[in-house]
Design a protein around this ligand. Structure first.
Ligand code: NAD
Ligand code: 022
Ligand code: ZN
Length: 375
């Protein structure tokens, strides 16, 4: 069949809207009509050419929601008409990683997904007889896409596509980092570096988990109001703190008779390796945990003095908020429908597919939290 799609033909060039050919689902695969898709940093990272693993021509997009229109042979977990969210981190429930219960990084289709191909080593997309690469196993910048059955989460049918597409990456990453990776307890003190589409979701996750003090850090003062909307209790602009950000935050978080400062949990939501170090060093000696969420440029390295770890701080990282997609994503959609978490205010722009390049411009300019394309 034909599908309208925004195609990345070359690094550094805008996406082009064209009709592409899409083959039907093979065994274990499903075809999904994408109803809405968010535009996220990784799409921009790949399109810019900065991603050494980026493949072209490709159909980007990994933050979508839609409806199953056809299922391949042997598919049992979803059927035609089901509402689903594509998963760039699948959940097969059979590989050693899924069975370990210690990680969400399923390995069932990892190799082919990284090569922009379906598990059988081929692409379902083509244009003029030449294959187009899939992207992060999702390719949500196409009105129709084909995904492995293990890479879709079935969600309730009363949830609006133009909001829950954000659960496909940003919401789950931010909220999941708090609940699954950090496992924040009631009464905790936390610091969130970078109040964009990820940091704001970390803040609402912290609120949900019952954190007491939620300090937001951003170079952009307009983020103060944004943070407060989701539960931030203190705001610091490092450029205006008047001293190094680490002692400033340590001072802010001084509690108890010994007056040792530092937060129970800190989160990097910037992708800047200098900020990652600051986040670690703001964690409380003895027990503070710092979670890296931001994706750094290719080849970047992190540094700190080992003394920071010897004195009991823990440095960890998270992919997709540690969420097991088929199990956890439907629950996060439920939380949204039950008004336990917010999504609507973070969707600052709604665009038609024809205007998708404007979504990338808005992200560059820092004018959007999230832009969503509706088909
Ligand atoms: P964003 O650009 O919307 O937000 C980043 C924020 O950080 C901005 O508000 C910016 O002003 C602020 N900032 C920049 N430099 C800073 C500094 N030195 N100190 C304090 N604040 C600073 O980006 P986003 O959509 O929120 O994404 C954040 C990061 O998370 C990206 O690197 C993205 O790739 C990553 N991410 C990771 C995962 C994962 O699974 N690990 C998933 C999604 C996104
Ligand atoms: C999503 N991300 C950033 C913004 N939006 C993002 C990017 C990469 C990862 C997670 C989220 C990520 C962390 C660890 C891995 N990836 C490797 C997982 C593994 O090896 O099992 C990652 C993922 C998918 C792809 C590449 C890297 C891909 O499909 N190309 C989850
Ligand atoms: Zn993303």
């Amino acid at each position: 069949m034909r599908s309208r799609a925004a195609v990345a033909f070359e690094a550094g060039k805008p996406l082009e809207i064209v009709d592409v050919d899409l083959d039907g689902p093979k065994a274990g695969e499903v075809m999904v009509e994408i109803k809405a898709t968010g535009i996220c940093h990784t799409d921009e990272f790949t399109l810019s050419g900065a991603d050494p693993e980026g493949l072209f021509p490709a159909i980007l997009g990994h933050e979508g929601a839609g409806v199953v229109v056809e299922v391949g042979e042997g598919v049992t977990s979803v059927r035609k008409g089901d509402h689903v969210i594509p998963l760039y981190t699948p959940e097969c429930r059979e590989c050693p990683s899924c069975l370990s219960r210690k990680t969400n990084l399923c390995t069932a289709i990892r190799a082919t997904q990284g090569q922009g191909l379906m598990p059988d080593g081929t692409s379902r997309f083509s244009l003029d007889g030449k294959p187009l690469f899939h992207y992060m196993g999702c390719s949500t910048f196409s009105n129709f896409t084909v995904l492995p059955e293990i890479a879709v989460a079935k969600v309730r049918e009363d949830a609006p596509f133009d909001k829950i597409c954000y659960v496909g990456c940003g919401v789950t990453t931010g909220v999941g980092a708090v609940i699954n990776t950090a496992k924040v307890e009631i009464g905790s003190t936390a610091v969130v570096f970078g109040l964009g589409g990820i940091g704001l979701n970390v803040i609402q996750g912290l609120k949900l988990a019952g954190a007491d003090m939620i300090i937001g850090v951003d170079l952009n003062n307009s983020k103060k109001e944004w943070g407060e909307r989701f539960g931030m209790t203190h705001f610091v602009n490092p450029a205006e703190a008047g001293e190094d950000i680490v002692p400033h935050i340590v001072n802010l978080t001084k509690r108890g008779a010994d007056q040792i400062g530092g937060a129970d949990y800190t989160f990097d939501c910037t992708g800047n390796v200098k900020v990652m170090r600051q986040a670690l060093e703001c964690a409380h000696r003895g027990w503070g945990v710092s979670v890296v969420i931001g994706v750094a440029p290719a080849g970047a390295e992190i540094a700190t003095r080992p003394f920071q770890l010897v004195t009991g701080r823990t440095w960890k990282g998270t992919a997709f908020g540690g969420a097991r997609g088929r199990t956890d994503v439907p629950r996060i959609v439920d939380w949204y429908m039950e008004k336990k978490i917010q999504i609507d205010p973070m969707i600052t722009h709604i665009l038609a597919l024809e205007d998708i390049n404007r979504g990338f411009d808005l992200m560059h300019a820092g004018e959007s939290i999230r832009s969503v394309v509706v088909y």
